[in-house]
Design a protein around this ligand. Structure first.
Ligand SMILES: Cc1ncc(COP(=O)(O)O)c(C=O)c1O
Length: 379
């Protein structure tokens, strides 16, 4: 390279970064992360008490003494980290136990654990999307959207929860093309449930592989068609209060994932304390205490809206500034409810997102309901 050649040919990174941040500033979309003190759902924010309705820790298990104790014990036994990918360094027994428990929970033949739910979705779509037609709900989670990109497949989206359009896209696939049908079971920003039973019938009828993302499927789901081939994606970070993701399904499919999924192969395995916490949380959730937590969350959700399909309640306000103003007004009243704006939700549908947890008290929910009413918010 002749002297100075690089300086002439290249644009300025500093100028590019400044320009992009300025664009975010001008759109009112430059975000900053808050730091909270405490364990939740009541936190201290800048020295003031706030009750958070922002978390997906649906059963409060991130704070449960048995879950925390399991993490501590695992740290004492195996240390803080897994060291490398499991294909390179091997599993610790807690990974195997967790996968056995997840397999049983989901009623499948096998399960594989990933560092996050995000990585689990990337993996399923990368591996099974290859050479296939992917038929995807338009409101599917960003990790599904990114997985579709990684698959470099033919990706067709159908209108939200529109069974007829989904069926058309599945049935009109070119002869010999495999089809993968993918949906959130419960939509993370809307809280509504996908028509999973009908989608499983479509899958059984056509041979399409059905991928269900159960990240927010807190309440009971309808029975699936037993003739459908289904992969269940899940996360350890929400109902189970830890960190990680998983895919459960037929043994050969899970074996192919283990051998081909880049977000499994080229990343370090979940840390043993994190896996142990998820295992303890799952055991708890399946016992009598878990049944009680589920009933409690059900009754809190019923106060927001009887028989709501999930503990997620969007308060759609439309404009971004309206959502920000409402979130600010709630924060002044000691209530932390996030404003959700594009690109997380479509333009014109900015909203507050209320997520309930079994750890909330009746009084905390009453305070929220009164504040929403005072602000004229409906849901
Ligand atoms: C529907 C859905 N799928 C997947 C994920 C990713 O899960 P994780 O947070 O474990 O990466 C999330 C949330 O983040 C989600 O809402």
């Amino acid at each position: 390279l002749s002297e100075g050649a690089g300086a002439v040919a290249q644009g300025s990174w500093d100028a590019e970064v400044d320009a992009r941040l300025q664009t975010l500033d001008e759109a009112g979309r430059r975000r900053r992360i808050r730091t909270l003190a405490g364990t939740g759902p009541e936190f201290l924010l800048d020295g003031r008490a706030v009750v958070s309705f922002a978390s997906n820790d649906y059963f409060g298990l991130s704070q449960h003494p048995a879950v925390v104790a399991a993490a501590k014990e695992a740290a004492d036994r195996w240390g803080a980290g897994a060291g490398a990918s499991r294909l390179v360094v091997g599993s610790r027994s807690v990974h195997d136990q967790l996968e056995a428990a997840l397999t049983k929970w989901k009623g499948t033949a096998a399960a594989l654990v990933f560092p996050t739910g995000y990585a689990a979705n990337l993996s399923v779509l990368q591996v099974f999307g290859r050479g296939a037609r992917i038929v995807s709900d338009e409101l599917n989670h960003a990790s599904i959207v990114d997985g579709c990109r990684l698959a470099r497949a033919e990706v067709l989206t159908y209108k939200h929860a529109d069974l007829d359009e989904a069926a058309l896209l599945v049935e009109q696939a070119p002869a010999g093309r495999r089809v993968l049908l993918v949906t959130d079971s419960v939509f993370s920003m809307d809280g509504d449930a996908a028509p999973v039973a009908e989608l499983s019938q479509l899958s059984a009828r056509t041979g399409a592989l059905l991928v269900l993302d159960d990240a927010h499927a807190v309440f009971a789901m309808p029975e699936l068609d037993p003739d459908a081939t289904v992969l269940r994606v899940g996360t350890l970070s929400k109902m189970l209060g830890s960190l990680g993701g998983f895919v459960a399904g037929p043994a050969a499919y899970i074996d192919l994932l283990l051998n081909s999924a880049r977000p499994f192969i080229f990343t370090t395995a979940p840390a043993p304390p994190v896996a142990a916490a998820a295992l303890a949380a799952l055991q708890l959730l399946q016992g009598t205490e878990g049944a009680g937590l589920l009933l409690r969350l059900r009754s809190l959700a019923d106060r927001m809206r009887p028989s709501a399909p999930s503990p997620i309640f969007p308060v759609v306000l439309g404009r971004e500034d309206a959502a920000l103003a409402a979130a600010g007004a709630l924060l002044e009243r000691g209530l932390l409810v996030p404003a959700i704006r594009p690109p997380t939700v479509p333009a014109g549908t900015s909203r507050l997102r209320v997520a309930l947890s079994a750890a909330h008290t009746e009084t905390q929910l009453s305070t929220l309901l009164a504040a929403l009413e005072e602000l004229g918010c409906t849901w």
